[in-house]
Write a protein that binds this ligand. Structure first.
Ligand code: GDP
Ligand code: MN
Length: 390
């Protein structure tokens, strides 16, 4: 649902093109290139890991440096260590790219963002004087410190809203008001132009010399709109995506990686949710879910098994198919093909219901697949798979 992501350096590019001031910077992939970039920028710089996760500052992956040796050390550290933050999961993520940006003297940190408010079916601009690293805490404990203006889907940001947003930041000096207006206008422009689901600047800063600048940016885009933005397609970085999610996407399957040890193969997002709920109800934890969708072919379903079984966390699989458009016998055929081809090294509990279910059950019975367990209904299936992995 969040959609395609880009790196901070790419989000900065899009903002800069929309007239939002950002500090000069370079992107590098080695510690040598980091020092070379430093020698071009000079002065004080900030070395920043470019990864699809926030909380970098606290994790030690945003470092202020004042000379080439410090830059090299920071770059070395970030490229050699996986970053672990509350947004990454305990295994962390590897860092392949670094941003070397001219550092600014911060007088005040603010927050500004545009997201889709699904409840109100329109974008909402949010600003706060309490910017910086802890905006989630502000949202929770002091929601009144975040000022919101909802945008008309077609009219966009209106003048009075812009004026009120800037006032809400407490910015009153004439040049700074003009600069802050430009930033918020630019942020909203990027949001509309590129079909964002989120465009965020945190922190937006006033510098000691009175400039208003974006020094961190995050953007997500609606996957269904990426086809019409060549620019975004060029920015897509497959190396940052979960490899199994990518593989699934290539086969029109949707795969979501989770933390537990039960793989789930389902058809339909609603069924996926209820399957995960019932697994949790019976004490299990899903490792992933793979939604084969309505119009799955046997080949697609076999690929789905390959993906699920290649996840080493998976100690058991729950197949929960409601045969509507996707027929139960198609799934049974795929199960048999997958068992022959890859072999089931972990128990696979199967619950099938719906179109051609009788034929499917006969096929499975005749195939006599080792490790394949059939279940009478969903509760039975959940209990069986939870017992197997316990
Ligand atoms: P995040 O932790 O992943 O959100 O990374 P940010 O880019 O937001 O950086 C975290 C924090 O580092 C910011 O809130 C600032 O306090 C600090 N920081 C980042 N860039 C600069 C800079 O150019 N100058 C100064 N003084 N601090 C910076
Ligand atoms: Mn930030």
């Amino acid at each position: 649902m969040p959609g395609m992501k880009v790196h901070e350096y790419q989000a900065r590019q899009l903002l800069a093109e929309a007239g939002v001031p950002v500090p000069a910077s370079r992107v590098v992939e080695t510690a040598e290139a980091a020092t070379a970039a430093y020698n071009d920028i000079r002065g004080r710089v900030v070395v920043k890991a470019q990864v699809f996760a926030g909380g970098r500052g606290k994790a030690g992956f945003v470092k202020l440096c004042s000379d080439a040796a410090e830059v090299r050390a920071a770059a070395d550290f970030m490229l050699r260590n996986r970053m672990v933050s509350p947004q990454t999961g305990p295994q962390g993520i590897a860092v392949k790219k670094l941003l070397i940006a001219s550092a600014v003297d911060i007088a005040k940190e603010y927050y500004a963002a545009v997201v889709v408010d699904r409840g109100r079916r329109r974008p909402v601009v949010m600003v706060s004087r309490e910017g910086g690293v802890e905006i989630e805490v502000v949202a929770k404990e002091k929601p009144e410190a975040i000022v919101k203006h909802w945008l008309h889907p077609h009219l966009g940001l209106l003048e009075f809203q812009l004026a009120q947003l800037v006032a809400a930041l407490g910015i009153t000096a004439k040049e700074q008001v003009a600069a802050a207006r430009k930033v918020i206008r630019g942020l909203v422009d990027v949001f509309y132009k590129y079909d964002c689901s989120l465009a965020e600047i945190n922190p937006l800063v006033c510098t000691a010399s009175g400039e208003v600048m974006a020094i961190d940016a995050k953007m997500n885009f609606d996957d269904n709109a990426v086809f019409r933005h060549k620019r975004l397609q060029e920015m897509f970085d497959p190396s940052e995506e979960n490899p199994m999610e990518l593989r699934a996407k290539e086969h029109n399957l949707s795969y979501i990686a989770l933390e537990g040890n039960i793989g789930c193969l389902v058809n339909g997002a609603g069924l996926a949710m209820s399957t995960m709920d019932i697994i949790k109800l019976h004490g299990g934890e899903p490792a992933n879910f793979l939604d084969v969708g309505g119009s799955v072919t046997a080949e697609g379903a076999v690929e789905a098994f390959r993906i699920i079984l290649s996840d080493h966390k998976v100690k058991g699989v729950l197949v929960n198919i409601f045969g509507g458009i996707a027929k139960c016998d198609t799934i049974a055929e795929a199960l048999i093909a997958a068992a022959r081809e890859i072999g089931f090294k972990v128990p696979v509990v199967v619950r099938l219901e719906g179109t051609n279910v009788e034929r499917a059950r006969t096929m499975l019975k005749e195939a006599a697949i080792e490790q394949l367990i059939t279940a009478g209904d969903l509760t039975d299936a959940a209990k069986k798979v939870c017992a197997k992995v316990a």
